[in-house]
Design a protein around this ligand. Sequence first.
Ligand code: PEP
Length: 255
Amino acid sequence: MRRLLIAGNWKMHKSVDESVELAGILKSSLIDIVELDILICPTYTALHPVANILKGSNIALGAQNMHQEDSGAFTGEISADMLISAGASHVILGHSERRHVFGETDQTISLKLKKALDKGLTPVFCIGELLEERESGKMDQVLIRQLSSAYEGLTKAQALKTIVAYEPVWAIGTGVTATPDQAQSAHAFVRNWFRKTFDVDLAERIRILYGGSVKPGNIADLEEKPDVDGGLIGGASLKADSFTQIIENAIKKEV
Ligand code: PEP
């Protein structure tokens, strides 16, 4: 039985003070939640103060990206060790904005994934197709390419430490959500890829989150699908009430 995970990606939003305030509200309003896992991913500058606020809570802390090298002349970048020293346990890698706005390649993302695993960070590895790729029937091909590049050379034990987020690019920040059936069909495809590439045991245990305009009103129908193991939430994670409501609605559907 896979445990649901609801993760918030705050992207480039909120000052340190605003991040600490939101984390504090979430800590107290979600303190009794035991039915699922919760993760929040603020900006780099807010990681350490938010880590301090989250001490003693049931909310894990993640970063939104990292560099693949340990240290060096990489102006503006941040390493896995730095994230860990700031209190992060997770890191989002390969988000569609990193791929399509900042030009990150499958190769770079694969190096980042391996580095994160070596350092003991849990990667939330994002995959997903563009609208034109879906419409031209290339979705499967794109997902296979992204998955193969990232998981090549990983052992089963390493792969099991990763979390996948299927995020169709056309659904991110657009208000257009994949229908529960569209999400289920992509998730089943991804799970089947893990079954063929590793084995049934891994495929049954790896968590596949859905991301793309998830809101309090659509989470329950998405979560009802057997291969959807939670959500990666952008816009709706920026307000305490909508993020909390998403978590509560996801739980209701579980019961
Ligand atoms: C995201 O940033 O991963 C995301 C899914 O954003 P949104 O929920 O705003 O579509």
